[in-house]
Design a protein around this ligand. Structure first.
Ligand code: NAD
Ligand code: MG
Length: 401
């Protein structure tokens, strides 16, 4: 027997890939995985919002048929950047361009690594078009989980998690029956402020909040990790991915980020998935599934690993996590409002127009003030998103530091 085929490394056809958000943290790590398996992938689409310099380099290396950029100005800048002898590439623009690129007939697998609400529409369209979607963009499920679930049910689309915790749960669930699952246990690093006294949270700077202890990620998710909104968004993401009621999704702080998440079963057994914190592992698994491809990613060093700690999260200190649980319970447009208010507030914090403690305050106030609509359509979600962002801009928040 060919030992390679046992590991699934001798697939006959390369996977034709559309990488949405190619220039970001997940996007560039996805291309590192593609580099390890050049014969397994045919990169058809690369997209970015602004960073056309990086995109032009990626186009030279991976030769996609199509790219998408954020605006007509960026498209002009991109075309000026390509050398005269560059291969032909179709250039599309904006949200419509993303949807067109994600549903191309020459694409089998879409990796959704756009950040924020902007990722929802192209992912939804890709699922509706029957694509296999490897999803990093958790905001898609937070806002539009019900619509994505409907589209999955109605068609041939398929969703595979890229987020490390959800990849861990997906791996723990392999071969298990749904009925035997008791609880999902999402682990959280706790971010850079886990141990910091709450009284000093008003003094937190942008630089401190961007300094994550275990993971190197884009700015928005790094701030979400510092407020623990990231874990709140992941609870909602888990609800939609695994169809488990909210009271059976627990969060545990695990500062080492070695156990990526766990599942407990009806007989008292608990399965956990462990590894060095490295997004390339869950990215690769979402692309190689159901196979595991041998790869030189860093291994756990058992001589270095002396302890694994677990603690319950402090919801008073990190109110974003509770806000996310509440929004999930409220349902309808509530998670969309939570997500939009959070995206807007994180933007204000990064621009130094808001203090760190103002992020949960802003989200809470907007959630209190906006009515929740049940069974929203995509248009209703877009309207809720727009209104929640507008409300954050209007809030008279004093800088809390
Ligand atoms: P990032 O900011 O590094 O990259 C975002 C990408 O999306 C870039 O390519 C950017 O050009 C593009 N983009 C930004 N705004 C856009 C818009 N309005 N329209 C179209 N494209 C846009 O973000 P990231 O850290 O790579 O995270 C991407 C997603 O993956 C997020 O939803 C995040 O929560 C999730 N995620 C990231 C990590 C990680 O390790 N970085 C881990 C788990 C999940
Ligand atoms: Mg995660």
């Amino acid at each position: 027997m060919d030992p390679l085929s046992q590991n699934g490394t001798s697939d006959p056809e390369p996977r034709r890939l559309a990488l949405l958000g190619a220039t970001g943290s997940v996007g560039t790590q996805t291309l590192e995985v593609v580099r390890l398996f050049p014969d397994r992938f045919d990169v058809r689409v690369l997209t970015c919002h602004q960073n056309v310099e990086r995109l032009a380099d990626q186009v030279q290396e991976f030769r996609p048929a199509c790219v998408v950029v954020g605006s007509v100005e960026r498209a002009d800048a991109f075309e000026r950047m390509l050398p005269a002898d560059a291969p032909d590439v179709r250039v599309l623009v904006g949200p419509e361009g993303l949807c067109e690129a994600a549903t191309r007939s020459d694409v089998d697998v879409v990796l959704g690594a756009v950040v924020g609400f902007a990722g929802l529409r192209p992912v939804l369209r890709a699922v509706e078009a029957g694509k296999q979607v490897a999803l990093a963009n958790k905001e898609t499920l937070v806002v539009g989980g019900a619509l994505v679930a409907q589209a999955l049910e109605a068609g041939d689309g398929r969703l595979l998690p890229v987020d490390s915790e959800h990849s861990a749960i997906f791996q723990c669930l392999a071969g298990e029956s749904e009925r035997s699952v008791e609880d999902l246990v999402l682990t959280a690093s706790g971010g850079p402020f886990w141990d910091r006294p709450a009284e000093t949270f008003g003094e937190i700077t942008v630089e401190e909040a961007l300094d994550h202890p275990n993971w190197s990620m884009g700015a928005k998710i790094t701030i979400d990790s510092a407020t623990m909104m990231n874990k709140g968004l992941e609870v909602i993401e888990a609800k939609w991915l695994f169809d488990v009621p909210v009271d059976r999704i627990q969060v545990l702080v695990h500062p080492q980020s070695i156990v990526h998440s766990m599942v407990s079963f009806a007989d008292g057994a608990v399965k956990a998935q462990l590894g060095v914190p490295d997004m390339k592992v869950p990215i690769q698994y979402a692309l190689s599934y159901p196979a595991r491809w041998p790869a030189p990613h860093e291994r756990l060093d058992w001589d270095e690993l002396s302890r694994l700690d677990f603690e319950r999260p402090d919801l008073d200190k990190f109110p974003c996590l509770q806000l996310a649980y509440d929004a999930l319970e409220a349902g309808g447009t509530a998670p969309a409002i939570l997500n939009a208010a959070n995206e807007a507030a994180v933007g204000c914090f990064l621009d130094e127009q808001m203090g760190f403690r103002d992020i949960p305050r802003a989200v809470e106030r907007v959630l209190e003030r906006l009515p929740v609509q049940a069974d929203p359509t995509l248009e209703d979600l877009v309207a809720a998103d727009t209104e929640a962002r507008r409300r954050v801009e209007e809030l008279p928040l004093p800088a809390s530091n």
